[in-house]
Design a binder for this molecule. Sequence first.
Ligand code: ATP
Ligand code: MG
Length: 291
Amino acid sequence: MLKIEDLHYNYEDGTPALCGIDLTIAEGEFLAVLGSNGSGKTTLIKHLNGLLQPALGRVLLDGKQIGSLDEAEVFSRIGVVFQDPDDQLFAPTVEEDVAFGPSNMGLSPVAVKERVHEALHMVGMQDFARKPIHALSHGQRKRICVAGVLAMEPRVMILDEPTAGLDPMGVHQLMHLLEDLNKNKGITMIMATHMVDLVPLFMSRIAILSKGQVLRCGNSEEVFADSALMEKARLHLPLIAELMNLLKERDRVNLKHIPLTVGEARREILRLLSVEDVRSRVLGEAMDNGR
Ligand SMILES: Nc1ncnc2c1ncn2[C@@H]1O[C@H](COP(=O)(O)OP(=O)(O)OP(=O)(O)O)[C@@H](O)[C@H]1O
Ligand SMILES: [Mg+2]
């Protein structure tokens, strides 16, 4: 669906932000873009809806170069939630802001109202429709940014660190909302994040960015197993994987693989405990028998 070929970009001051990115994103996938500060995530995202023009290389949407498509068409098909909500929100009130996208798509006022209502409901902000944007907290503004994109019902959603600044319950709700939209409505998701713990739970593939290049692309098991790669990209493993890795390497606990989520770790620990349980029972019986 989206194809990025040999993408290069330098900022005006000469900073080389993208140095030859090749990446293909299939319809319906949920891709995580991981990378340390300054690795190029935001710059890459700005190329995916034509906000920045590449110095070299190209971005194709369904085989057509983004730059050659009508801007309104690109914006209605690809919704971007920016890293900084103040780059995105500009209308005086919440409902006006969320209504902006669908109104521009030529929908009737009734249909726009419906979309705004539904989108605000999805992000848990239905009671804030009349509130001025400037009177919202940072996390609330982020939610309104997501609502503004949802109201356009795009085929692709690109989110630049959407969970940053959300409270823990907000992170949980947003991730489940994105998962639901991805699985049940088929919306392709691309999300830049630093929250490695979320990745194995929600994303089907990861692209690791470092110094404007994709170091590796693969699923969580492949990517997180490569410790040299993680170090090179200045990233760390999900916390639960760090713990299980320590148990394996330092304490020589017999782990078959490194679990990446709490659920996997729980199953692995239960497996080990049941082995221990059997072993101690056998040992206990042996001792009872005087052997
Ligand atoms: N407007 C700009 N002018 C000059 N250099 C810039 C500009 N914006 C970003 N850069 C540089 O481009 C590189 C990539 O920045 P980018 O914002 O894409 O990184 P990022 O991966 O999104 O980082 P973060 O995790 O901090 O959001 C960095 O070296 C940064 O300093
Ligand atoms: Mg960024």
